[in-house]
Design a protein around this ligand. Structure first.
Ligand code: BJW
Length: 232
């Protein structure tokens, strides 16, 4: 597999919060997994949103605002730079930030949604969102109040574009996982699918993830250096 030229390879890259850490965005399982004393599971569920929409809107409003203070780092830029060199290249990110787009990545799936989008629970329209959302916000399509939510995949909800992702995993020659703890499914299971498809599988992470033993190769260190080293 490693003897194949890049131009002959089909690659799937999975990224997680660790790739954006050096841009200044916190990962989920930092600080004992707490965000302002709340566990991510307490704010990232549909039940939490039903119970306390102000808390959940606040969580996403702050993270949306933080996007204007950060920029892509060397790892995001490297992935955009190498994309055209492969026969096919799919970047699947669990991240809801927009740093891959800003780095120039093209074939990109945000499997857990996007901070810069909202969705109406009534008319299901998805649209761009830069400002804060609240229970008072009004849907621009159906004109109802209190029906807008962040376009984010919460625990218990189906990640986006799973058919496209699974098809690419079943056809790829190389699967590279970057900056993810391997604790959240279905993304944590992608390495197993890629292995079963006969792909070469590589982990690039600060430390050994929960899925480390499944990868054929692992390189540990900050994404800004391990991603550059691996793809050079
Ligand atoms: C660096 C670095 C640097 C630091 N350089 N590296 C029991 C068993 C199996 C599954 C389940 C189960 N019980 C429930 C489930 C399902 C559940 C799940 O997986 N739960 C687990 C907690 C057990 N999953 C779901 O509910 C998903 N939906 C689902 O399963 O639907 C059914 C289905 C069935 C069949 C097929 C398909 C679907 C939905 C999951 C939604 C996840 N949502 C969140 C929050 C929303 C987005 C947001 O607000 O941003 O997504 S949770 C949170 O975790 C977020 C992340 O995308 C996700 C993954 O986190 P990530 O990216 O790995 O971050 P960290 O912080 O965990 O790790 C960072 C890593 O980087 C660390 O390893 C660091 O070392 C490293 N790092 N600095 C390189 N500089």
């Amino acid at each position: 597999m490693t003897s194949m030229k890049k131009a002959e390879q089909k690659i799937v890259v999975l990224t997680g919060a660790g790739i954006s850490a050096e841009s200044g965005l916190s990962t989920f399982r930092d600080n004992n997994g707490l965000w302002e004393n709340h566990r991510v599971e307490e704010v990232a569920t549909p039940e939490a949103f039903d119970r306390n929409p102000d808390l959940v809107h606040g969580f996403y409003n702050r993270r949306r605002q933080a996007l204007s203070e950060v920029k892509p780092n060397a790892a995001h830029l490297k992935l955009a730079e190498i994309e055209p060199l492969y026969q096919s290249f799919l970047l699947v990110t669990q991240n809801v930030d927009d740093l891959h787009e800003r780095a120039g990545s093209q074939n990109l799936i945000h499997m857990h949604g996007e901070l810069l989008k909202k969705r109406c629970v009534l008319c299901h329209q998805v649209s761009h969102q830069r400002n804060d959302l609240s229970v008072e916000s009004i849907c621009q399509y159906c004109h109802q109040q209190g029906t807008l939510r962040p376009h984010i995949v919460w625990f218990g909800e189906m990640p986006l574009l799973m058919n496209e992702i699974m098809l690419a995993l079943m056809q790829c020659d190389l699967f590279v996982s970057i900056g993810t703890s391997g604790t959240v499914y279905p993304a944590a299971g992608f390495v197993e699918v890629a292995n079963q498809s006969g792909a070469h599988t590589v982990e690039l992470n600060l430390e050994a993830s929960e899925q480390a033993s499944q990868f054929k190769e692992s390189f540990h260190g900050p994404a800004s250096s391990v991603v550059g080293d691996y793809f050079n």
